[in-house]
Design a protein around this ligand. Structure first.
Ligand code: C2E
Ligand code: CA
Ligand code: CA
Ligand code: CA
Length: 277
């Protein structure tokens, strides 16, 4: 009957979903995904608040899973962390960027910034320096300014981090504090580490234009950044009002759907051609 069909249908779907979760948890799925080329990258332009010209891009990873469909990075990065697969996954990310590097060089001018997100477990892995050096060496020499983005909540292992950040600066890489305002690390770290960029979390940017008392907080964040000589980037800018307000406040760079969504290389090229004039 229709009813038994329905029951079996629902059971079937539930079973598939359960199997998929088990497979995702086991870690095999990520390795298979790497082998089969299911991961790809998109690029989100970051614009200079002074002239609205593109200063660079942030690289964001995507997983096109054959059964689950598109799995967002917030989900699979967490799986990868849990399964100790961050290192192979990030090496794969580097490979994907390297594959695009030649043509990226044609769209992004010399000195353009290439923002790459790093997971904390990679930072503390024994191969971290090697991995970074190999990645940098695989890019066209002196063309991109690499910025490694690390979330505020991941800056905690203080001594270790301070050595690493020092080393990264020596090598000529820049460091951005990602999602600033969402973590709970002490502000004192910011002062000690002397990092380059402060990325204001989109939660703050979101509330611009709403009748809330968030602007004092944003004010304080911007004052803090200025005092620490950090360059500011606002994330998640979605409306012209937000963009205008942030520019008036002296934020240095803007990123968000109002300017561009994360784009495939082809889309980035089109976007760049449209906005160039
Ligand atoms: P994130 O580093 O804070 O990246 C910015 C996220 O905000 C991206 O989500 C981007 O698509 C989204 N976004 C940008 N502009 C807007 C906007 O105007 N409005 C809204 N609502 N959202 C906006 P995505 O790509 O889903 O990435 C989520 C997070 O996953 C990233 O947050 C980052 O922490 C992590 N992630 C992404 N790619 C990688 C990667 O290659 N490696 C590592 N370790 N983490 C990654
Ligand atoms: Ca980021
Ligand atoms: Ca962020
Ligand atoms: Ca985030």
């Amino acid at each position: 009957s229709i009813l038994t069909g329905l029951v079996f249908g629902i059971l079937g779907v539930a079973l598939c979903a359960w199997l998929l979760t088990v497979r995702l948890r086991s870690g095999k799925e990520i390795l298979t995904g790497i082998k089969r080329g299911q991961f790809y990258v998109v690029y989100q332009p970051v614009v200079n608040a002074k002239n609205l010209k593109m200063s660079g891009v942030e690289v964001l990873m995507r997983w096109n899973h054959p059964i689950a469909g598109s799995i967002p990075p917030d989900a699979f990065i967490a799986f990868a962390e849990a399964q100790q697969l961050i290192v192979p996954l990030t090496r794969h990310l580097f490979e994907l960027i390297t594959r695009d590097a030649r043509r990226l060089q044609q769209v992004l001018p010399a000195g353009a910034r290439l923002g790459v997100n790093l997971a904390p477990s990679h930072l503390h892995s024994p191969t971290f320096k090697e991995d970074i050096q190999a990645f940098a060496a695989s890019l066209p020499p002196h063309h991109f300014q690499l910025i490694f983005e690390i979330t505020e909540r991941d800056m905690v292992k203080e001594n270790e981090a301070s050595c690493l950040f020092h080393w990264m600066h020596e090598q000529g890489y820049e460091i951005a504090v990602d999602d600033f305002g969402t973590g709970h690390s002490a502000l004192i770290y910011l002062e000690r580490f002397k990092l380059d960029y402060l990325k204001i979390d989109r939660g703050f940017v979101n509330s611009i234009g709403l009748e809330t008392v968030t602007s004092p907080v944003l004010d304080a964040v911007l004052t803090l950044a200025r005092k620490l000589s950090m360059t500011t980037v606002a994330e998640g800018v979605e409306t012209p009002e937000q963009a205008r307000w942030l520019m008036e406040q002296g934020v240095n760079y803007l990123q968000g759907f109002y300017f561009a969504r994360p784009l495939t290389f082809e889309q980035l090229k089109e976007w760049e051609e449209e906005t160039k004039t």
